[in-house]
Design a protein around this ligand. Structure first.
Ligand SMILES: [Zn+2]
Length: 247
């Protein structure tokens, strides 16, 4: 059985007869055609619609994420619609998507858990000019919001610290200050056990590269002994500023 069969490629094609396989080899799988979405989110209207899509699964799927593009320009190619200029969707934050695919790697589950909810929200937005459930910000602010929820930490600095820990060998990571705010090193806090889950999603290098794409945080002025006492206040204000909206 080929790798793609274990990911239920045939089952997907059977469920979506208007989509056809245009390329299948060791490098990638490309599927194109009319994709029908027939979905309902709890508490919202059912939506039945179709989009012309191209879905590309990379060779190291599910570790690397599939890309989905819409070709008819029915969806605005703007940040507001989470769609890039080339028609590719911004389906969510990389670590959240990787986490879902790590647990549910089949193509049918990718569609059910990631693509359909995305298309549901977009179709609803086109119809009603508002998202059915709170929309996360696009770009870095959205990522930080998302990762605060995923990692259960508060503030951009803490999120970047988690990414730094994931990009480091465990021994090195244990020496970093703990992102949970306990004021200990990671190695002394139970927070380190939670990191294990995220570590399995990719290599350390991937997390380092992911971290490098974030804008840097302005370093606070060097603390004098007197100012040290204010560090708690600044952390509290950082918490207040963070706009985490966990689902
Ligand atoms: Zn801690």
């Amino acid at each position: 059985m080929s790798k793609w069969e274990t990911f239920k490629l045939q089952e997907f094609l059977t469920q979506h007869p208007s989509m056809r396989l245009v390329e299948l080899n060791a490098q990638q799988v490309v599927i194109e055609g009319e994709y029908e979405i027939d979905a309902q989110m709890q508490g919202f209207e059912p939506i039945l619609d179709t989009y012309q899509l191209q879905i590309v699964f990379p060779p190291d799927y599910p570790r690397s994420l599939p890309t989905v593009k819409e070709s008819e320009r029915r969806i605005q190619r703007t940040a507001d619609f989470h769609t890039y200029e080339d028609g590719a969707f911004c389906l969510g934050s990389a670590i959240k998507l990787k986490s879902i695919l790590c647990e549910f790697p089949t193509i049918t589950e990718f569609v059910r858990r990631i693509l359909d909810p995305f298309l549901y929200a977009i179709t609803y937005k086109i119809k009603h000019d508002v998202y059915p459930f709170g929309d996360l910000d696009h770009g870095e602010a959205g990522l930080i919001d998302d990762y605060q929820c995923l990692f259960n930490v508060k503030g951009k600095a803490a999120v970047l610290l988690v990414l730094a820990a994931l990009g480091a060998r465990k021994r090195e990571a244990n020496k970093l200050p703990c992102p949970c705010g306990c004021k200990r090193r990671i190695g002394k806090c139970d927070f380190r056990f939670g990191l294990q889950h995220w570590r399995q999603l990719d290599r350390r290098r991937w997390f380092r590269e992911h971290l490098s794409k974030f804008s840097r945080i302005e370093k606070p002025k060097r603390k004098t002994r007197r100012q040290k006492n204010t560090s708690k206040d600044s952390r509290d204000s950082q918490r207040a500023n963070s706009r985490a909206r966990c689902p």
